[in-house]
Ligand binder design. Structure first.
Ligand code: ADP
Ligand code: MG
Length: 478
């Protein structure tokens, strides 16, 4: 069998979180009773006219800025005509010839490697309603609530090369739209959906094969499975001497397979033309500047900031930059640089589990109390693990009053005395009770130091300063 390369390009639809719909004042909300969030415009009653939502344009410009796309200061809406019961107007308002932005590039990380995907363009459009064919045994159900929801569609160049890359790229885009605050990126609710174009080519050529387009994939895992299945299917056909024909496919999540929805011959002819109801969109420089100025933090700038300003490791920086509120939370602290890594692990190991359980958010917490606690831990006056174990929940629970952390540490008997002489007695005792292990240590099993450390630490109830203990034990054992 020949070696094949899988080539993938994505068309990603992102529902924007504007207050109202794209071309009318219906609220832009998810999860309402079917056919309640509609108006004459959503229903396309005769005589209604669309009015552009400024928020949709602002979101697109912010996205364009983040992707390094060129913004078309004059862009235009077109009609994409097709007949379907969930599309009351009989056409979708979209951008065809002159989209809001063109070009650009996005860097993301897949399996530890930095990868780049070029962006072909980004355009604005509206969502259709939703048809359900499995709710009733005789009828298809149509819900118009979603009709008119503002979307941006991000079309990539065919730069992705594996199912895993597709998964990781979608995750990165999800993170980006959340950072920009333009969408919740929630794939289960359909806020982010992809059409996945897949082709395969023998690895010793660079001529792309014919592609198949898998429509409306609404999870990263499905996208990954769909690409894996589809590339195997195409390779099998080529290996058997067949050819790939261009099809539109649907992914079946329960079987993990793709199946044809329509072939190129039955493909729609959308008869695009400029929408006469909407004038061209002309973007003043001041509007563009305002949108750009509002983009203060992006996933990659956050990551660099955490490493350079706060001295975090790659691992901690990745963890903290996953969500923007965590970065904003850390930015509120004033600590010596070396203490931010203590704070980062406190966030990961104590704060996240706590706020999840209590259904709180980071902004509910008392930054001052946490600052004082981190300062105490890093002062060396207490045992780190002892203090975290005994005081974390008090520190996190007290969100209103300022705590006297030092006093609390005293009350919990956590302060390590500067005088560590009490350790000598414990060390003598531990060594006497473990003569065999002492001999083993002396004959070369140096790994046993950990065992002795643990014993003494336990008996000192965590009050031993690990550095002092380490020194004292080393001497005693020799
Ligand atoms: P259309 O307008 O018919 O959808 P486009 O040229 O706009 O066609 O391509 C749509 C998507 O298909 C883009 O995301 C692009 O990257 C992807 N694509 C194009 N050619 C290939 C190919 N040979 N293999 C995989 N994806 C492809
Ligand atoms: Mg397409």
């Amino acid at each position: 069998m020949r070696d094949y390369t899988t080539v993938i390009g994505l068309e990603v639809h992102v529902q924007l979180n504007t207050i109202s719909k794209a071309f009318c004042a219906d609220p832009n909300i998810f999860g309402q009773e079917p056919n309640t969030n509609i108006s004459a415009v959503s229903l396309a009653l005769p005589g209604t006219l669309p009015v552009l939502n400024k928020g949709q344009v602002a979101s697109s410009v912010k996205l364009a800025h983040a992707l390094g796309s060129a913004i078309n200061k004059e862009n235009r809406f077109d009609r994409k005509n097709y007949f379907y019961p969930d599309l009351p107007k009989g056409y979708q308002i979209t951008q065809d010839k002159l989209p809001v932005c063109v070009g650009g590039e996005m860097t993301y990380v897949s399996e530890g490697h930095e990868k780049k995907v070029r962006i072909h363009h980004v355009h604005m459009e509206e969502d259709a309603g939703k048809s359900s064919h499995d709710l009733h045994d005789q009828y298809s159900m149509v819900d118009i609530n979603r009709a008119g929801t503002p979307l941006v569609e991000i079309v990539t160049e065919p730069d992705l090369r594996s199912a895993q890359e597709v998964h990781d790229f979608i995750a990165a885009l999800q993170q980006l739209v959340r950072y920009l605050g333009i969408s919740d990126g929630n794939m289960e609710e359909g806020s982010l959906r992809c059409d996945v174009n897949v082709s395969v080519m023998p690895s010793d050529t660079d001529v792309y094969g014919e592609r198949n387009e898998i429509k409306n994939v609404n999870s990263k895992k499905f996208a990954k499975t769909a690409v894996e299945y589809e590339s195997k299917r195409q390779i099998k056909i080529l290996e058997a001497g067949g050819t790939i024909s261009m099809n539109t496919l649907l992914f079946d999540p329960t079987k993990g397979t793709t199946a044809p929805m329509r072939s190129k011959e039955e493909a729609n002819d959308y008869r695009y033309f400029p929408d006469p109801d909407l004038p061209p969109v002309v973007l003043p420089d001041s509007f563009i500047d305002e949108c750009i100025a509002s983009v203060t933090l992006l996933p990659w700038t956050a990551n660099t900031l955490l490493k350079e300003k706060y001295g975090l490791s790659d691992y901690d920086a990745d963890l903290i930059s996953r969500e923007k509120p965590t970065v904003e939370f850390i930015q509120q602290f004033e600590l010596p640089t070396k203490s931010y890594s203590t704070l980062a692990s406190f966030i990961a190991n104590q704060i996240f589990p706590y706020i999840n359980e209590m259904q709180m958010t980071l902004s509910d917490l008392n930054v001052m109390n946490i600052t004082n606690f981190i300062t105490l831990i890093d002062s060396g006056k207490v045992s780190r693990s002892g203090a975290i174990k005994s005081l974390s929940s008090t520190v996190l629970k007290e969100i209103n009053a300022d705590l006297d952390i030092e006093k609390l540490a005293h009350e919990h008997n956590l302060i390590q005395s500067d005088d560590q002489d009490f350790l000598d007695a414990i060390i003598t005792e531990v060594l006497a009770q473990n003569e065999g292990k002492v001999k083993a240590y002396q004959s070369g099993k140096k790994g046993l130091l950990g065992f002795f450390m643990g014993q003494v630490m336990g008996r000192s109830k965590g009050k031993a300063d690990p550095k002092v203990l380490n020194e004292k034990l080393g001497k005693a054992l020799e």
